[in-house]
Design a protein around this ligand. Structure first.
Ligand code: SF4
Length: 163
């Protein structure tokens, strides 16, 4: 169809399922289609809150490099070095950054040993320690603070970004 017509094509994986399975099917299916240059508008179809469909659609487009804007949050998978509740912290950061229209990458890392180095591709990041934590920019440590201050410190940095 895409080869034979100039009509815009609306693509999506219909009845993809719940949040978990629907997101995976949509990401794989839409990823293959869009990567081939097919599709002018998309729909992520989930059995769940429609707001999640929009968030997933934006994430798919950003991951494919087809959309700019919005903060990309990366976080480490945790390991034996993790001494903070990184899952909770990463979720809080994900929620917090939705209010910012910045085209940057934010890292949330589990330790001060490898966190800064592993976050060097990120514009800014935080790394948990053992009761304390670090603020990082491009892999360089810029400030040390108590663990409970990390989220606020990151928020302040994002508020000041490019001002
Ligand atoms: S950043 Fe630290 S806690 Fe996270 S995976 Fe790497 S070594 Fe483990």
């Amino acid at each position: 169809m895409a080869d034979e017509t100039l009509y815009p094509l609306h693509v999506g994986i219909t009845e993809a399922g719940s949040l978990y399975s629907g997101n995976i099917k949509s990401a794989v299916g839409l990823g293959i289609i869009l990567y081939r240059g097919i599709g002018d508008t998309i729909r992520v179809s989930l059995t769940g809150d429609p707001v999640e469909e929009i968030k997933s659609a934006k994430m798919i487009l950003r991951t494919l490099g087809l959309r700019e804007g919005g903060i990309d949050v990366v976080s480490c998978p945790t390991c034996g070095r993790t001494k903070i509740d990184l899952v909770s912290l990463a979720n809080q950061v994900e929620t917090m950054v939705q209010g910012y229209d910045l085209n940057i990458k934010v890292a949330v890392m589990g330790c001060a040993v490898n966190g800064p180095g592993e976050a060097k591709e990120a514009d800014i990041g935080i790394a948990g320690g053992n009761g304390d934590g670090l603020l990082i920019k491009k892999g360089q440590i810029v400030r040390k603070m108590r663990e409970e201050q990390l989220l606020d410190a990151l928020r302040q940095e994002l508020d000041q970004w490019k001002k």
